[in-house]
Structures are given as C-alpha cells and as structure tokens.
Design a protein around this ligand. Structure first.
Ligand SMILES: [Zn+2]
Length: 353
C-alpha cells in the first residue's frame, strides 16, 4: 500500500541531490539537438526517454555514461543552459518540490565558447526564470546551484574558487562527481581546504561506487557536511544495529545522507527498493534525505521516490515529513532561510493531515 503518489506529489519536498544534466525533458533534448545538428539515438521524445532509462538500466557503465554525452551536447550555449535550468525548476515545482539544489559541472559546458563564469551566469538566469514562472503560477520554489568538479580530472581548485566567487549569486555549494573508484575525495583536498578557508558549504559524492574508505576521506580529510549517496555506510553497521566508529560519527554529527534509491538500483547497490539500505538507515535515525540523482536516466521524480519508499517500508506521512525536514535542515542555505523552509514544509504537511 503506502502513501499514494498523488499525496506524495502534494507534500512539500526538498531536493538536495539532482544533477542538472541528468534531468532534461526528452522533448528539450530533441529540439536542441536538431538545432545544433547533434545526432540522437532517436528523435521521438517518448522513445528517447525510454532509451535513456534503458541505457542507464543496462548495468553497463559505458552505456550509462553515454547518456550524458547527449544531454551535455545540448547544454553548450548560454541559451541552452538557461532553458535547461528554467525547466529544471519548473519540473521540480510541478512535482511539489519547494527547494531544489541543481548540481552540474561547468567545465563540461565550454565547448560552445562560454567561459566558466558565463556558464554559471546562464544557469543563474535560468533558475531565476524558473522561479519567477513558478511564483506566477502559484507554485513558489527556491532554487540554487551547486558547482561540481569532475573528480577523474586533474585535481584543481578552479571550480571551488568559481563557487566561492558566486556565493552571493545563486551558488550555494560545491561537490565532486564522476568515477569514485580509483579517484578518492582526498585528491581534491586542496579544493576543500580552499572552501573551508572561505567558510563555504560542500558535499562529496562518496560511498556509492566505493565503500567506507571513500566516506571516511570525504568526512574526515575533506570535511563534508553532507554525503552524496553515502549509502555504503551500511557496511559499518552490524546486523544487530551496532554502529562502527565511522557510522557513529556520521550519525552523531548529523551529516546528511543524500540517498537516491532508484538511481542506486541502476548502479547495483540493491536489486529492489525494499532491499535498499534506506530502511535500515532511517530506522537507525541517520539524517536520511531523499533525492533523485538523475530524473531522466532513472525515469523518476521525487514524489515517485517517496511513493516507492512508502510502499517498500510502510512509511506514513509522518515519516515522509521527517525526510523532508531532514533535507531542509541540511540545505545549503543561511540559517534564517532554512528556518523559513522548515516552516513551509511543516505547514504543507499540516495542511494534508
Ligand atoms: Zn549524483
């Protein structure tokens, strides 16, 4: 049973882990690809959406990564980035998301001649367009961007510096993404030191494709206050619920786990939602949050993730409320704005009960 999808859509949700280049509308990809002459596997939007899901679901990392070739190919001009960012916000708001952080790697969007700063400006403008359109439609939403460095590249502080330079202009945080195995978080320790010296927020993809050493580095060597996925922290928890030192620390410090159930099924963390460590981590009162990762590749939405979790683990509205509040508490927003967000989440749930 579980909370119905329509109710999950109506509850206020907070999206902390959502890649801008993993959430495009298939129709937008088709239109923009035609405009720039980029060849797609198919020009039919419905079939293309299906292709993205199947490629991501194939179990082949090569095919999974190929999907991003097509989205990134149509995000190379200011107009394209602006459109994709605006639609990101609109799609989230339609799904009942009230706060969203869009993460993306500016270094992958320079092939059309944009500078890093111009790319960031374009996404900023698109987020603003989306927020204005949603406010006008009676669906107010707040959106920010997280700048990502691709971890398999040469370690650099350039993107961290870019993020800090734009901290008062829609950029709320920093992240590293890409291949985790073989590219530990400590490779970017200079970037994280730079961020700490500038009192800036960051999260780290860790504990998805690689296990506890990656999580330990993200938390202790880099200083992450949130973990992108972090799902393999379960490996530090005994079957009877006894926590190891690292998992105790993560729980005690309220380090948020940005959990993305459907995405994790595609990368082999579990074969069904019911087998996903989310249930155990929530039961043990970690700061669990729910996100989509890549809505296009996982053919999902945040309300669908809520519904799937509710069905698998028997969660009721009170549980979903806790997950939304957890995410609001760990949002990369100033404390006063976080309090406003938490109140909005509480009011939204109160209106439904
Ligand atoms: Zn991710």
């Amino acid at each position: 049973m579980g909370v119905p999808i329509e109710v999950c859509r109506a509850v206020p949700k907070v999206a902390l882990h959502d890649h801008l280049d993993g959430g495009l509308r298939p129709s937008t990809i088709v239109e923009e690809a035609a405009a720039v002459g980029h060849a797609l596997p198919t020009d039919d939007p419905a079939a293309l959406g299906e292709w993205f899901f199947e490629a991501a679901d194939s179990g082949s990392l090569v095919r999974y990564l190929e999907t991003f070739d097509h989205t990134i190919a149509v995000m190379q001009t200011a107009a394209q980035l602006r459109r994709v960012a605006a639609e990101f916000v609109e799609d989230q708001a339609i799904d009942g998301v009230v706060y969203a952080e869009a993460r993306w790697a500016p270094e992958q969007h320079l092939r059309g001649g944009l500078s890093l700063q111009q790319a960031v400006d374009a996404v900023r403008d698109g987020l603003a367009d989306g927020m204005a359109a949603c406010a006008a439609a009676g669906r107010p939403i707040l959106a920010r961007q997280i700048l990502t460095s691709m971890r398999h590249g040469a370690p650099t502080t350039e993107i961290a510096e870019l993020a800090v330079a734009n901290r008062h202009d829609s950029v709320c945080g920093f992240d590293i993404a890409g291949a985790e195995d073989g590219f530990p978080p400590s490779r970017f320790v200079d970037a994280f030191d730079y961020l700490k010296r500038h009192n800036f927020e960051f999260t780290v993809h860790a504990g998805e494709a690689f296990g506890l050493p990656s999580i330990w580095e993200a938390v202790q060597l880099c200083g992450a206050s949130r973990l992108g996925h972090g799902v393999r922290l379960i490996e530090d928890i005994a079957p009877d619920g006894t926590l190891g030192e690292l998992s105790s620390y993560v729980r005690d410090r309220r380090i948020a786990l940005e959990l993305c159930p459907s995405s994790n099924l595609q990368t082999g963390i579990a074969s069904t939602i019911a087998e996903h460590p989310f249930g155990r981590l929530a039961e043990l009162r970690f700061r669990v949050t729910v996100s989509c990762d890549n809505r296009l590749m996982s053919r999902t939405t945040l309300s669908r993730e809520f519904a799937l979790l509710s069905e698998a683990f028997g969660y009721e509205l009170a549980d979903l409320r806790r997950f939304s509040i957890n995410a609001a508490k760990s949002a990369f927003l100033p404390y006063d704005q976080r309090l406003v967000l938490i109140d909005r989440v509480k009011e939204g749930f109160a209106a439904l009960t």
